[in-house]
Design a binder for this molecule. Structure first.
Ligand code: G16
Length: 534
């Protein structure tokens, strides 16, 4: 391999963050090439196919990024994130040594065959950057997937490495599996009206919009989608998409919102989803990842009871989870709740500890994991001739639920089908779903600092240990408000510090978020203008 094909500019250092490398697309050419090399080594090491996804998901159009996907479709393991950072930052003349280091440390047999699936989103920089990845793997026979959503790539890696047991490793195979399960599920709903079958989708002007169009014909009119922000004119993630809707707490531009109607937004690579509607008074109602986790876990818990199955179910959240959701899940629904650091890789891992692990970040990124033992128990019950009708119905519903879910990673298309099926089966309107609990008013802000690494956190990012005095400042501010909570953390995908606050009223949440932003600005080296009140 010619290692000088995509040279690194001297002195540029980047870290493998929350979801891989992510920055302005202009700085990523050498990173992509090197991740192609690393994915190939990882493939030789694991004797399995590895995935590389070129995307910057919710970030603006001019950014890009890359994440590595391990054999079962999960995020690459932490040791290899470390290798990725080492390899990315080796100066050009040290690249060969850096590669040899990893090969030696991991005792990789370089004569082993390798396979790498490469996926990309619709960003204008994604074509040339994915070509740089392919240049890194091509000498070793990588497989290229063209335009796919992030979750489709995760799915296909898993299908390939399980020799098709998880499904067929093609985009068609993906649609078939999910949509057939969806159609089976909706057979359990009675007399759905056209309104109930209708959903407005904001595609964030990204890859999800193209894919929802492709998927539609597999849905046999059981779901009728009005697609907005389909990429034909608007800019990716600009005033639209799941991140915009969640953070701004308002509808995207470019969507027609009729009062009371169910709508959802995907993010730029379709691994997140949030729902919303406007009330008759024009008030905006957001149903975020926490509400989604609640809906899904309630549904699963009811099915387990009906099936008479004793399986341990848990919900995994992050510090961003609304306090009302945690309270509802623990105290009313009596399910186990766990809190992890931000990043699906952390939630995924925690969810694997249970028979059924429902994990969702408040931003709408999540899925459900079923242990092998749980899947076997459900299958056994469904196939046992002695199972009575109502238990059998529950077992079959659980089986189809498993099939509609993409267990490899959060997936907007799969989550959408699952949510639509649950609403149909339980005959719930979005308003009824929303009324399960009331969110505490909250606010998220960003603060620019010179070096966000000066902020270090502990307790699943709920407390700051550095810089000195910051946590004490937050504690005394929080004390001023009722039902209040606040935390700060450095983002792993953008060059900012994130601030979260919630309180009894929106005014308190806004003021608290602003006050905490000021504390960050003053104690953690803020740059630019001081944060202004909202
Ligand atoms: C990525 C991660 C998510 C995370 C989000 C924001 O999402 O996959 O787990 O919540 O970034 O992370 P941070 O607050 O560290 O910037 P996406 O959809 O952008 O890939």
């Amino acid at each position: 391999v010619d290692l000088d094909l995509h040279p690194k500019p001297a002195g540029l250092d980047l870290q493998y963050g929350t979801a891989g490398f992510r920055t302005n697309a202009k700085q990523l050419d050498h990173i992509m090439f090197r991740m192609g090399l690393l994915a190939t080594i990882r493939s030789k090491k694991t004797k399995a196919t590895i995935g590389v996804m070129v995307t910057a998901s919710h970030n603006p159009e001019e950014d890009n990024g890359v994440k590595l996907v391990d054999p079962m479709g999960e995020m690459v393991t932490p040791t290899w994130e470390g290798y990725a950072t080492q390899l990315a930052n080796a100066e050009q003349e040290g690249l060969l040594t850096a590669l040899r280091d990893i090969i030696e440390k991991e005792a990789v047999n370089m004569s082993q065959e390798a396979g790498v699936f490469v996926g990309k989103d619709t960003r204008s920089s994604s074509s040339s950057l994915s070509q740089a990845v392919i240049d890194g793997v091509s000498a070793l026979g990588g497989h290229y997937y063209g335009l796919v959503t992030t979750p489709q790539l995760h799915y296909m890696v898993c299908c390939h490495n399980t020799q098709g047991k998880y499904g067929e490793a093609t985009v068609e195979g993906y649609y078939n599996k999910l949509c057939q399960a969806f159609i089976q599920l909706t057979k359990n709903a009675s007399n759905r009206t056209d309104d109930q079958k209708h959903l407005s989708v904001d595609g964030a002007n990204g890859i999800g919009a193209l894919k929802v169009r492709e998927m539609e014909r597999h849905l046999k009119q059981e779901l009728k989608i009005s697609l907005f922000n389909d990429g034909s004119k608007g800019k990716l993630n600009h005033h639209c998409g799941a991140d915009f809707v969640k953070v701004q707490q308002k509808p995207p531009t470019g969507i027609k919102l009729n009062p009371g109607e169910r709508c959802c937004s995907f993010d730029g690579d379709a691994d997140r989803i949030v729902y919303y509607y406007t009330g008759s008074e024009g008030h905006f109602h957001l149903l975020d990842g926490d509400k989604i986790a609640t809906l899904i876990s309630t549904f699963l818990k009811e099915l387990l009871t009906q099936a008479g199955l004793h399986l341990k179910i848990a919900v995994v959240q992050t510090a961003y989870a609304n306090g009302s959701s945690t309270h509802y899940l623990e105290d009313i629904m009596k399910v186990i709740v766990r809190c992890t650091k931000t990043g699906v890789k952390h939630l995924h891992h925690a969810a694997q500890q249970f028979d059924i692990g429902v994990y969702f970040e408040a931003n709408g990124h999540g899925t459900v994991l079923f242990s092998k033992a749980a899947e076997e128990k459900i299958q056994h019950l469904a196939e046992d001739p002695n199972t009575d009708d109502s238990r059998k119905r529950a077992a079959l519903l659980l089986q189809n639920t498993i099939n509609v879910i993409n267990q490899t990673v959060g997936d907007a298309l799969s989550d959408m089908l699952l949510i639509e099926a649950i609403l149909a089966i339980k005959d719930l309107t979005i308003q009824q779903w929303d009324a399960i609990y009331t969110d505490l008013p909250n606010r998220q802000l960003k603060v620019k600092v010179a070096d966000r690494r000066v902020i270090d956190t502990t307790d699943a990012e709920r407390r700051a240990v550095s810089p000195a005095g910051l946590q004490e400042a937050i504690d005394s501010l929080v004390k001023k408000y009722r039902q209040a909570r606040s935390f700060v953390r450095p983002s792993g995908t953008e060059d900012v510090v994130r601030v979260y606050a919630e309180a009894e009223t929106q005014e308190s949440a806004d003021t608290l978020a602003h006050e905490v932003s000021l504390a960050v600005y003053r104690l953690a080296g803020g740059v630019g203008d001081e944060p202004k009140p909202l």
